[in-house]
Design a protein around this ligand. Structure first.
Ligand code: ADP
Ligand code: MG
Length: 241
């Protein structure tokens, strides 16, 4: 296929994903057949009630978990059935994760927390550059305990993107924050999305955040209930909580 082919190749291509958890005699169907293509440059919001399967889906896309059935590929590489070494390489080089709780190392400064990741990446940004992207240049020598929750989350975002991943997967990144601080985190994600072009997927149960997305995917009971394309996404600063 020529480089100027009009056919867009998805970054993620998933078909028939199911996930069943069995605990004793109880089985839970977390995903019940999800088909999904996600494209470079998109800002996607995964919206759904608690328990609808959002985290399960994101973890499978990011190679943290495997589906019970179905197939998922990222940039043409099939993840399903790949060995642990291949999945580790995939996570290390291609995926930035941001979780609700920031998982920073308390005894390291902001800069040192980011450098932990850039030290093992192949073509990383300088940690200073990653912190500048989230507006924290002035706080790089502070320890997590000296930063607000929103600032800690922005350090976590800097850490996630410093290795220049193709995809940034965020699971409830503002879930532990008040709305004013949450907006600053969303603005950081928005800025990074614009400046790096990374496919960005944000899980939330806050419908207001969906206003930022190019595409909103509604999950309900382990299935995609509907998808809405948003030709004119709102700026994070203009979201009304
Ligand atoms: P969401 O992120 O939308 O809140 P999850 O993907 O975390 O939903 O969970 C979907 C369903 O799968 C829920 O019913 C949840 O209890 C169940 N589930 C998730 N992870 C596990 C697990 N490790 N073991 C058992 N059940 C799980
Ligand atoms: Mg979840």
């Amino acid at each position: 296929m020529s480089a100027d082919s009009p056919i867009r190749q998805p970054v993620f291509h998933a078909r028939g994903l199911t996930k069943t958890y069995t605990m004793g005699e109880v089985t839970v169907s977390a995903l019940r057949g999800v088909d999904l293509d996600l494209y470079a440059g998109e800002f996607v919001v995964l919206l759904g009630a608690s328990g609808s399967g959002k985290s399960t889906l994101l973890n499978i896309l990011g190679g943290l978990d495997a589906p019970t059935s179905g197939e998922v590929a990222c940039q043409g590489h099939v993840l399903t059935g790949a060995g642990e070494d291949a999945l580790t390489r995939f996570r290390r080089t291609s995926v930035g994760f941001v979780f609700q709780f920031y998982n920073l190392i308390p005894s390291l400064t902001a800069l040192e927390n980011v450098a932990l990741v850039t030290d093992i990446a192949s073509d990383p940004m300088a940690p200073e550059e990653a912190l500048a992207l989230v507006g924290l240049s002035a706080r790089q020598h502070h320890f997590p305990a000296q930063l607000s929750g929103g600032e800690q989350q922005r350090v976590a975002i800097a850490r996630a993107i410093a290795k220049r991943p193709a995809v940034l997967l965020c699971d409830e990144p503002t879930g532990a924050l008040d709305s004013q601080t949450g907006v600053l985190v969303l603005q950081a994600l928005e800025h990074i999305h614009h400046s790096t072009g990374a496919l960005t997927v944000v899980i939330t149960h806050n419908a207001v955040i969906a206003g930022m997305a190019d595409r909103v995917i509604h999950l309900s009971d382990g299935r995609i209930a509907r998808e809405v394309l948003n030709p004119q996404p709102q700026a994070a600063a203009e979201l009304r909580w």
